[in-house]
Design a protein around this ligand. Structure first.
Ligand code: AMP
Length: 537
């Protein structure tokens, strides 16, 4: 016997229709590159998203075709967030901070058909143009209305829509969006979200003990829409009808604070580095920005120092700490205190608040060491493994990465964690060889192989070292070949050919030999210990 309820598909169409029907008057504000504020409403976003969906279909978008975006956070990007999946396509957000080489690889691997790109980001496309072939490229005029040769204007594309748009028949398991995550070893890996996973994730992050977002809220996603769906916040804002405020390309603390004060933002989400900058600006300029009294900050993507959580709290800025991964759509946990913890002494409360929190509903977790699943004692550590309806079951078209899933169907996060008796997760370390600098990944493996491609270099290991502003920065430890010498500056310049500037190690240490494990690998744990008190100049 089955239940007798309707089998109603969980698709983004329902979210778009809801925002169009009920929240048309609510504003969507985007800061333009020239700092002016572009104001529109959900009614317009709804109308234009449907027009864009229809225009894309006229342009030849078929079921499951990928449409890449290379855009900052703004209303047009929101239109694409809904239009592409609701037209039956897959929205593929490209991370504009990656090097042209990485981007070209990702575009080719994903098989992207079309590109929507901001006018101000066009130089990035020009650098990879020879390596990729989009059928059509539409340029969003955020400051200039001239369209580069060989491309078309995004506004004109929207005007090609005619009559009433009919949604294609969509199944909830159809693909809707796609995001690549940096490789630990090997190439970047694509995560292909379904409508169902996005909808369930949206419901889970909106809950009161997660982001607690209501219609009356004003939401500022500082997290970029090109990295892990901006934590799913654009979908959530539309579902609840909350006013959206987008920073465009202006991420410096003063610009964010001005926007938060000007629009009376009540929920803003970003990585710890962003809030460290904001805290510093607030402390230097007390009283300069009149922030909303009920402002809350979502903080995650990297571990926030406890001192940061305390300092923000002391200014009346309540934080919600969460942990997540691109593979989890991306939010996996939320750091809410349980009712009986609210009366605990401050020190005990902060000891919980700095943990990565409790899993969201339907996310199951375990920590597994070589001996098997570790007890939930808050001390024993193992690799954090997860499963659930918004956890990836494989990477897109990458069978060789199947070992990231266990035989019994859990995703291996690459994070090392302890779980306490209350169920709170504490991320202790990372098995993946990556450095997270200001919220964006740098692959130490890629840097090492590039360094070891230099004729003067015999061996190189790159490790993450704590940094006051970026939380982690890469340090290269290099052994030169006998009879060779090279300067740190020349090595850094050599890396400049392949890597974006921010990915290049800030310092190079020359040593006689690298420590090794029993099987001859570089013993990075020993290097991390050796350089743990490293002082950046
Ligand atoms: P990404 O897929 O780029 O979102 O990165 C996911 C990874 O970021 C996780 O596997 C963790 O290593 C790290 N991460 C995300 N959130 C946190 C957090 N709150 N605390 C510690 N590490 C985090």
């Amino acid at each position: 016997m089955s239940g007798t309820m309707m089998d109603f598909p969980l698709t983004l169409v329902a979210v778009l229709e809801r925002v169009g029907k009920y929240f048309g008057k609510i504003e969507v504000v985007s800061r333009r590159p020239d700092r002016s504020l572009h104001r529109t409403t959900y009614a317009q976003v709804y109308r234009r998203a449907r027009a864009l969906a229809q225009a894309l279909q006229h342009a030849g978008l078929g079921h499951g075709d990928r449409v890449a975006t290379l855009c900052w956070n703004h209303a047009e990007h929101l239109e694409a967030y809904f239009a592409v999946p609701c037209a039956g396509g897959v929205l593929h957000t490209l991370n504009l901070r990656l090097s042209p080489g990485e981007l070209s690889y990702i575009v080719r691997h994903a098989g992207d058909k079309f590109l929507i790109i901001d006018d101000v980001l066009f130089p990035i496309y020009e650098k990879m143009r020879g390596e990729v072939s989009f059928e059509r490229v539409w340029v969003v005029p955020t400051i200039s209305s001239t369209t580069p040769a060989g491309c078309e204007n995004y506004e004109q594309l929207i005007t090609t829509a005619r009559g009433e748009f009919q949604y294609p028949a969509l199944n909830e398991n159809d693909p809707a969006a796609m995001c690549y995550t940096s490789g630990t070893t090997g190439p970047p890996k694509g995560v292909l979200y379904s409508h169902r996973s996005l909808v369930l994730h949206t419901l889970a992050i909106g809950m009161a003990d997660t982001f607690d977002l209501r219609q009356r809220d004003v939401l500022l996603p500082v997290v970029p829409m090109f990295h892990a769906n901006a934590w799913g916040l654009p979908f959530l804002a539309a579902m609840v009808g909350a006013k959206l405020v987008f920073p465009g390309p202006h991420y410096d603390p003063a610009s964010l604070l001005e926007l938060m004060a000007g629009e009376q933002v009540t929920f803003a989400a970003g990585v710890p580095t962003v809030w460290m900058g904001v805290l510093e600006a607030l402390e230097k300029n007390p009283g300069r920005w009149k922030l909303a009294a009920d402002l809350r900050l979502g903080i995650g993507g990297a571990a926030p120092p406890e001192a940061l959580i305390r300092a923000l709290d002391s200014l009346g800025l309540r934080t919600m700490h969460s942990w997540g991964m691109t593979e989890l759509t991306p939010v996996g946990t939320a750091g809410t205190l349980k009712s009986y913890m609210l009366d605990w002494p401050d020190d005990e409360k902060y000891a919980v608040k700095r943990l990565q929190g409790l899993p969201l509903p339907f996310v199951e977790v375990r920590a597994v060491s070589e001996q098997g699943e570790v007890p939930w004692d808050g001390e024993s550590v193992g690799e954090l493994q997860v499963r659930g309806p918004f956890v990836a079951a494989s990477y897109y078209n990458l069978p060789e990465a199947a070992d990231r899933w266990t035989n019994d169907g859990w995703f291996r996060t690459g994070d090392v964690a302890a779980i306490d008796p209350e169920g709170y997760i504490k991320i202790a370390d990372r098995t993946k060889d990556l450095i997270k600098s200001g919220g964006e990944w740098i692959s130490s493996v890629d840097l090492e192989s590039a360094l070891m491609g230099h004729p003067a270099v015999k061996e190189a290991a790159v490790i993450a070292v704590a940094h006051p502003k970026w939380l982690e920065r890469p340090l290269a430890v290099v052994v030169c070949k006998d009879g060779w010498t090279i300067s740190a500056e020349d090595l850094r310049a050599f890396l400049g050919w392949k890597f974006a500037k921010w990915q290049i190690p800030d310092a190079v240490e020359f040593v006689e030999a690298l420590p090794r494990t029993s099987v001859g690998k570089f013993k990075k744990s020993e290097l991390r210990e050796r350089y743990q008190n490293w002082k950046w100049k």
